[in-house]
Design a protein around this ligand. Sequence first.
Ligand SMILES: *Cc1c(COP(=O)(O)O)cnc(C)c1O
Length: 364
Amino acid sequence: MLPDPDRLAALTAEALKVGWLTNGGALHLKLEKALSAKEDKNRVASLVSSGTMALMLALGLGDLPQGAEVITTPLTFAATSQAIYWCGLKPVFADVDPVTLTLCPLAVRAAITARTAAILPVHFLGVPCDVHAISEVAQQHDLWLVYDAAHAFGVTFDDRPIGSFGDASAFSLHATKILHTGEGGYITTSRNQAANVRQMRNFGIKAGRAVGKGLNGKMSELNAAMGLSLLPDLPAELAARRALRKTYNGLFREISGIEIHGTRPGASESLGFYALRMPSALREKSYHALLQERIFARDHFPLLCGPDTFWPDSPVVTANGRSPVAPCVGSEIICLPFHGRITQTDATQIATIIAEAVDNRRRG
Ligand SMILES: *Cc1c(COP(=O)(O)O)cnc(C)c1O
């Protein structure tokens, strides 16, 4: 989304007028309130400088011993495991469920060792994790549970906002996400924990003294202005995306050999992604056929462990010693252009290109 330039200028002028550029100014407070209002009554949002920072501080809340293991998914954006690394912790990759592509609770159980301290699942492509089963594992083994909700802004599960699950949930407000502040992020937690987040994002300072661990995780007024200037446009954008999903569904249901990546029963649909699944060779063909028409799909996401990654020697742990599905399913996903300015004509063109790409391959 791009903000209305006049609205953004007016908000920025407010910050300039009072001469307050960062450290919890009026715009920051206003955006924090607006985001908290979207959460359950017992949860509040705390703004930070990025989604990666949100993940780091959400892990930081758990006071986990240095070097401890955090079980996470290999099928996500690089930020998830990098946040674990920068907290002095070690990612352990467990396999995903073949249908939802979210962390498999049985694989999580299989990955638990004496050194495990936390679980960091991702609501991948906006599909909620099996939060009930994962929460049961966390409780049984006394593990800190943080969700990476960067893909799941606006999603609900069992009629609850997605940010209400786990000990904390981390959201990104990066320019590529639905609502954004250019760069930014936020954490949803209980009120008590929010006080700790707010101390950590400000160098661990309380009443003028550095009393705990902390760093600079603050969001500036200019970034908050960006987020506030987008808020009034959000309902129309989300409505347009819901309509686009219906249009896409109608078009792609007609094409055999590809699958629409749906969501989990009980969840609202992803507003951040429209994903198809198809054999990886067809995905490559579709991606390049679209690119030739200057249509930029995304072949999200390469695996975060294994050869040529930062974690070359980390296996993907599975339940019952099965071979992992994450390395295969990752190369079957293609995310289509999905935002409010895609027209019916655009959608039809995209579907036609993909139908042809898929068909060509079959003919050989
Ligand atoms: C975007 C994203 C992040 C990181 O957010 P930044 O704001 O870019 O730091 C973390 N996890 C996932 C799954 C993401 O897609």
